[in-house]
Design a protein around this ligand. Structure first.
Ligand SMILES: Nc1ncnc2c1ncn2[C@@H]1O[C@H](COP(=O)(O)OP(=O)(O)OP(=O)(O)O)[C@@H](O)[C@H]1O
Ligand SMILES: [Mg+2]
Length: 287
């Protein structure tokens, strides 16, 4: 028998549509017993330690110490990279994976010094908080189309080149090197030189705040399976993670792809049962 612990919060369980705490099933002639929840006191062979809060990092480390022979999928230090947009975008650049250009600015004063030194910044840009998850505020963003906009954002933040992509974004969900699903979603529309708007705040968790502001209707060439698979391979290697999702857009005009977001343990489709999820995980771990 192999014991698998999927350490996730109740809210994540709910999002995944998983009601059960324990399941058992037969996989490649072995009985697999899965516990899904936040208790880390039981012994295990395989652990998936999704960080719920800072407090449980220590609990996770202790439980790994107590189970020294266990396989740990997506260790804490790998998840921490993805929890920071700064570290995520830096890693993308280091690995030569296409992402929009960005700078990190700590304060309004630093922003003003930057603008004085460089005279100008290529607008529009989108600003995002450094933490990529953990609170509603981590999804507060501002599109800036005039330097006045820099007075109306919270620092520190990532300031990233805004890529016109005809309001079409592809969300891809992966386990290891396998794409589980991908969907095309409506996204922010194009901003051209005739756009009079100085800045625009929205919270990505609150669809109403986006109100499809800049949405345009022209279609973009969808990504091919081969293109998406190539990015899946590159990202799983670059971040050394198994459970992840990414958002990819295609630039209007050039057709160039850009990765704009990488998430750890995204909310896969609700019809993904706990058993199928665990089977995919075991398979990707080579078990
Ligand atoms: N560089 C960019 N250029 C154009 N649009 C962008 C860019 N970055 C983000 N966006 C738009 O803003 C939205 C939110 O950005 P992002 O995916 O980084 O936020 P998030 O809150 O981390 O997302 P998620 O809900 O996927 O975790 C995107 O879905 C896209 O519509
Ligand atoms: Mg996103």
């Amino acid at each position: 028998m192999k014991k698998v612990i999927i350490h996730i919060s109740d809210s994540k369980k709910k999002k995944m549509g998983w009601n059960e705490n324990n399941i058992s099933f037969c996989y490649k002639n072995k009985i697999i017993n899965v516990y899904c929840g936040s208790d880390l006191t039981q012994p295990f062979d395989i652990l998936l330690p999704k960080i719920i809060n800072d407090h449980d990092c220590q609990q996770i480390l202790d439980s790994i110490k107590n189970n020294p022979n266990a396989l740990v999928v997506d260790p804490i230090q790998n998840q921490k990279i993805i929890q920071s947009r700064k570290l995520t975008y830096e890693r993308l650049i280091q690995c030569g994976i296409a992402c929009p250009q960005f700078i990190i600015i700590q304060s309004y004063q630093e922003m003003m010094r930057f603008l004085n030194k460089h005279q100008t910044i290529h607008l529009p840009v989108i600003t995002k908080p450094i933490p990529s998850q953990g609170s509603h505020e981590s999804h507060e963003m501002t599109i800036i189309n005039h330097p006045n906009g820099f007075n109306h954002i919270n620092y520190p933040c990532v300031i990233q080149e805004y890529i016109n992509h005809n309001g079409q974004l592809t969300k891809v969900f992966c386990i290891g090197k396998k794409i589980i699903s991908s969907t095309i979603q409506e996204s922010m529309g194009n901003i051209d030189s005739s756009c009079k708007l100085e800045y625009f705040n929205f919270n990505n968790e609150d669809p109403e705040s986006k109100k499809k502001y800049f949405l345009t209707s022209s279609q973009m060439k969808p990504f091919t399976t081969i293109e998406l698979q190539n990015f899946c391979d590159l990202l799983s290697k670059a971040f050394n993670i198994t459970l992840f999702g990414f958002d990819i857009i295609r630039e209007n005009g050039t057709g160039k792809p850009y990765i704009i977001d990488v998430n750890h343990f995204p909310s896969y489709n609700k019809s993904f049962s706990l058993q199928s999820f665990t089977e995919e995980l075991l398979n990707e771990c080579g078990l």
